[in-house]
Ligand binder design. Structure first.
Ligand code: GLU
Length: 296
């Protein structure tokens, strides 16, 4: 985006990659959609590196993201933002939810959850099987005592949260006015066992903090909006407009994944490929053989 044009501060969009692998064509497409949404409206385009998962994020992936975006010719406004610099504001939001008695410690392990899933005892929600609520009604004092000694995550009591907020709605530009059903994602984890905060809370706090007016992102995150909207209502944060674009998928209809090295941008960049040309092709929906756009 050039600095000679008058930026429209009423439109602020972000691209928010997680540096837990190399970016692929699907990310180039997503970055282009967010960038172009802002640039077509003289808005602001921010880059936010979502690096709170210190077990999986790596500095070399951050470097690759910055190099890939420059190679594509996608210029962001201001300095890149790093979630790892903002742990205090997530802790503050967690503290507020705890003070509202909306979080409870959960001692279920991944293998407990897998067993429940394999046994078919979990209800199917908007984004896969829904947590059965095993730890929701543990005696509070006992649960807090146990939490001092045992690894645990903190989950949101969604039914209680919804009873405080009442009905939720938001505008999705492509799909129209939406009504919130966060209970269909179950009691989501807000603080994982091994991370300072979960994606849902960090992204909601950050979108407000960064003044994001339009969340432009892939349709795989459409269902997450139910939780983000609930957290906005609980934390008294503004609600952006949402724009969920289609995803790049392979021959089998699966979205491209970070492990698919052939489509990684850094391989193309380091092989001397032309990033500007690639971006132009993505804009025109010209994709490599076997890659196409998802139906929704
Ligand atoms: N960091 C998320 C990802 O890489 C995207 C978050 C968002 O756009 O809301 O999938």
């Amino acid at each position: 985006m050039t600095s000679s044009v008058q930026l429209n501060r009423h439109i602020v969009v972000r691209f928010a990659p997680s540096p837990n692998g190399l970016l692929h064509l699907g990310h180039a497409y997503a970055a282009m959609k967010a960038h172009d949404y802002a640039s077509q409206r003289n808005g602001i385009f921010l880059l936010r590196i979502e690096d709170i998962d210190s077990g999986r994020c790596r500095p070399e992936f951050v470097e690759a993201i910055l190099a890939d975006l420059r190679w594509l010719g996608l210029q962001w406004d201001g300095k890149a933002i790093f979630q790892s610099d903002r742990l205090d504001s997530y802790a503050e939001a967690v503290g507020r939810l705890k003070a509202m008695n909306l979080l409870y410690p959960c001692f279920c392990t991944r293998s407990n959850m897998r067993q429940a899933q394999d046994a078919g005892s979990l209800a199917e929600g908007l984004a896969g099987p829904v947590y059965a609520g095993t730890c929701r009604d543990l005696d509070t004092d006992l649960a807090i005592a146990r939490a001092r000694q045992e690894p645990h995550s903190w989950r949101l009591n969604v039914a209680k949260a919804v009873s405080l907020t009442g009905p939720l709605s938001w505008l999705d530009e492509g799909r129209g006015e939406q009504t919130g059903h966060p209970e269909q994602l179950g009691d989501v984890v807000i603080v994982p066992k091994d991370m300072p905060v979960a994606y849902h809370l960090a992204v909601t706090v950050d979108d407000a903090r960064d003044g994001i007016t339009h969340v432009v992102r892939g349709s795989d995150l459409f269902s997450s909006t139910h939780v983000h909207r609930l957290l906005q209502a609980l934390l008294k944060l503004p609600t952006p407009t949402y724009v969920h674009h289609r995803l790049l998928v392979d021959e089998s209809g699966a979205k491209l994944s970070k492990s698919r090295d052939s489509a990684s941008l850094s391989v193309l960049r380091e092989a001397g490929g032309d990033g500007n040309k690639l971006l132009q092709e993505l804009r025109q929906a010209i994709f490599p053989v076997g890659i196409s756009l998802s139906a929704v």
